[in-house]
Design a protein around this ligand. Structure first.
Ligand SMILES: Nc1nc2c(ncn2[C@@H]2O[C@H](COP(=O)(O)OP(=O)(O)OP(=O)(O)O)[C@@H](O)[C@H]2O)c(=O)[nH]1
Ligand SMILES: [Mg+2]
Ligand SMILES: [Zn+2]
Length: 315
């Protein structure tokens, strides 16, 4: 039998067949794929083969094979374990939800996320959520970020999931595709799924409630079929986003605005750090490249930890 993984708890997988039937499945023993060292061998979005086994009065599926992935999105946990985790597989696009506060999304996080999407060739749209609560100054900050990222070539939409603002625009991007919502805990991923399809009623929670519980509201990635020919994967919030297995000299290629200029650097192996006649540093001085992007880049190349506060706006 064949199906698509709709939910993964780490020990159980919910697999949907083409006939639309869900089976509870598991894997036997160690299941390793093509040398990927990951905490989860099978992720939401994976296409799998399985067979049914009777266990007492219960029928469970046992996954025996996973189809080669068209793509997947992976991150390194930022805690000490440094394990990698596949968030989802076989995606058409990813939406990164960003909020200025409650919680704060720093550009260093956005940039790491974008670099991973570039490296894995997955298109990404930035959604600036909770526009309903920002004051004028904060709205300007969002506009500044939208300008910054649009100029590089990323689509950005300002939304308010709770009020339905611009949810239609998000819908347009989703039709006919498998998409994923990502971002910190509390940015409104599940709220947005509910806004797209009110009947689903996914659990959402205030950040203060989340802290009381000491955990994220959404605990496992799960895919949903929406009424308008779209599939969405809601994911648990992520704190940090460590990039996986990248050579120093390839990171710059995943900053599109750097990549465009790099042939103009004096040295063809320029890392854009202290080298003379560097086109990227020139563009930075001319304000054609944003300082926040350059700082993110330096952080990644020098292997600094992501989580420090920084001032992202020029004002
Ligand atoms: N004011 C306002 N609040 C919002 C908006 N979108 C979401 N929220 C609120 O933000 C809080 C968190 O929303 P969730 O949808 O649970 O966030 P999440 O990203 O799914 O969080 P995790 O599941 O923990 O990763 C809830 O109290 C929502 O009501 C919005 O557009 N405006
Ligand atoms: Mg959620
Ligand atoms: Zn350079």
């Amino acid at each position: 039998m064949q199906g698509t993984v709709y939910k993964s708890t780490g020990s159980w997988y919910s697999v949907k067949t083409e006939e639309g039937i869900f089976y509870k499945c598991r894997i036997k023993g160690k299941f390793r794929i093509q040398g990927i060292k990951s905490t989860n061998p099978i992720a939401v979005g994976d296409k799998v083969e399985f067979h049914l086994e009777e266990k007492g009065d219960e029928t469970v599926g046992v996954i025996s094979h996973i189809e080669e992935r068209r793509n997947y999105i992976i991150r390194k946990s930022v805690n000490l374990s440094k394990q990698t985790h596949i968030i989802a597989a076989n995606l058409d696009q990813v939406f990164l939800l960003v909020t200025l506060n409650n919680p704060t999304t720093y550009t260093s996080f956005i940039d790491r996320f974008l670099v991973t999407c570039e490296a894995y060739d997955i298109s990404v749209v930035l959604l600036f959520n909770k526009m309903d609560v920002y004051n004028d100054k904060e709205k300007k900050e969002v506009d500044y970020m939208v300008n910054l990222y649009e100029k590089i070539g990323y689509h950005c939409i300002e939304i308010a999931a709770k009020e339905g603002l611009n949810v239609d625009k998000v819908k347009e991007y989703m039709i006919g595709k498998v998409s994923m919502f990502s971002g910190h805990s509390g940015v409104g991923k599940s709220t947005l799924v509910n806004a797209l399809q009110p009947g689903l009623q996914l659990k959402t929670a205030e950040i203060s409630e989340q802290h009381l519980q000491g955990q994220h509201t959404t605990t496992f990635a799960e895919m949903y079929d929406l009424s308008f020919e779209a599939k969405i994967i809601d994911t648990p919030g992520i704190k940090g986003f460590g990039i996986v297995d990248m050579e120093k000299d390839e990171i710059g290629d995943y900053f599109p605005e750097f990549f465009k200029l790099k042939s103009e650097c004096k040295f063809n192996n320029c890392l854009h750090l202290d080298e003379p006649k560097c086109a990227i540093k020139n563009a930075l001085e001319e304000d054609e490249i944003a300082w926040s992007r350059y700082r993110s880049y330096v952080q990644m190349v020098t292997g600094e930890e992501e989580n420090y506060r920084m001032d992202i706006h020029k004002v």
